[in-house]
Design a protein around this ligand. Structure first.
Ligand SMILES: Nc1ncnc2c1ncn2[C@@H]1O[C@H](COP(=O)(O)OP(=O)(O)OP(=O)(O)O)[C@@H](O)[C@H]1O
Ligand SMILES: [Mg+2]
Length: 306
């Protein structure tokens, strides 16, 4: 059984008085139980809209959504009890303290043992020092941790995180990523997250869907995406002297070359298999440095966003 099974989901928003804008176009995705699944895409692509629909906060205009086999449209209440969502730009009642906010949500969720649930999430997200601080006095990082704590109150089987580390300094972003990772390791939970940070997606997500103008244009593991894009590996050679650049043309599998002074970058599908042929061309030249680098997800993003 899939944690999420979405079929041909459509969403329109009003555009002007009479017009309408198609924000999601026939979006279909299956997310396996236990995955951390990433949703990437440019600003305005439809990530938040998709997450809102999958978490029952927004109704789609067409299509079907099942969460652990339960119809999210006709049995939204049932789905709500097993999912939760945390936004990177959380908006809580500003004059309530951390504890009061958590208590408010614990009541809203109808939790039986509220005190225990609140204690668990306060401990997990290290919020004890801020227990009696008002929401409007918290730093961005603490607000995000409170938002995560709120989302874990009902011990969801499926957790949606919409840009969980947006606007954080690198230290706090690393901390929150570690917390997401340990929540995933320690609990029987499926996580769906959107992010603009490719490092975050690469570190956390087993699979990624790329969404562009409301359509899914790629869906695979980060490694598969890199392979599918044929972005190739880059061999960078720094050298002193002259060599026959034109001879590189005779080597198959070279996708691109960029020459600089005393430095060449060769992009190849499989660098290891042609490295010896390349190095033979450098036999009369002093090589100062060689580096082979894999494409990163940033390259994939740029390619897919074109
Ligand atoms: N409530 C709304 N009313 C009208 N249009 C909306 C509404 N919410 C979103 N949109 C539009 O729908 C499109 C998709 O927005 P969405 O917020 O889902 O994108 P996103 O991929 O999450 O973007 P970002 O990376 O900036 O968060 C955008 O063009 C946005 O302007
Ligand atoms: Mg968004």
């Amino acid at each position: 059984m899939f944690a999420v099974k979405a079929e041909k989901v459509n969403k329109y928003y009003k555009n002007g008085i009479h017009g309408k804008k198609e924000v999601l176009k026939n979006v279909s995705i299956n997310i396996e139980k236990g995955e951390i699944f990433g949703i990437l895409g440019p600003n305005g692509a439809g990530k938040t809209t998709l997450i809102s629909i999958l978490s029952t906060l927004t109704l789609p205009d067409g299509g079907k959504v099942e969460i652990f086999g339960i119809d999210a449209l006709s049995e939204a209440e049932k789905v709500k009890s097993i999912v939760n969502i945390s936004s990177g730009s959380p908006n809580f009642p500003w004059s309530l303290t951390v504890y009061e906010n958590l208590r408010y949500f614990a009541m809203l969720y109808g939790l039986k043992n509220k005190d225990k649930a609140i204690k668990n999430v306060i401990d997990l997200l290290e919020l004890e020092p801020f227990r009696n601080s008002r929401f409007d006095s918290l730093s961005t990082g603490t607000k995000q941790r409170l938002s995560l704590a709120k989302a874990l109150l009902n011990e969801p089987r499926l957790l949606f995180l919409d840009e969980p580390t947006v606007g954080l300094d690198p230290d706090m972003a690393i901390k929150i990523r570690q917390q997401i990772k340990s929540i995933h390791e320690e609990r029987d939970i499926t996580i769906v997250l959107s992010t603009h940070y490719m490092k975050e997606a690469e570190q956390l997500c087993g699979r990624i869907a790329f969404i562009k103008k409301g359509e899914i244009t790629a869906n695979a593991s980060p490694l598969e995406l890199k392979k599918q894009m044929k972005l190739g590996e880059t061999i960078t050679i720094e050298y002193e002297g002259e060599f026959d650049v034109a001879a590189l043309k005779n080597i198959p599998d070279i996708l691109d070359t960029v020459c600089g002074t005393g430095k060449i970058k060769i992009v190849a599908e499989n660098a290891g298999s042609i490295l010896d042929r390349i190095l033979k061309l450098f036999c009369d030249v002093r090589i100062k440095n060689i580096d082979i680098s894999q494409p990163d997800l940033e390259d994939v993003f740029l390619e897919l966003a074109r």
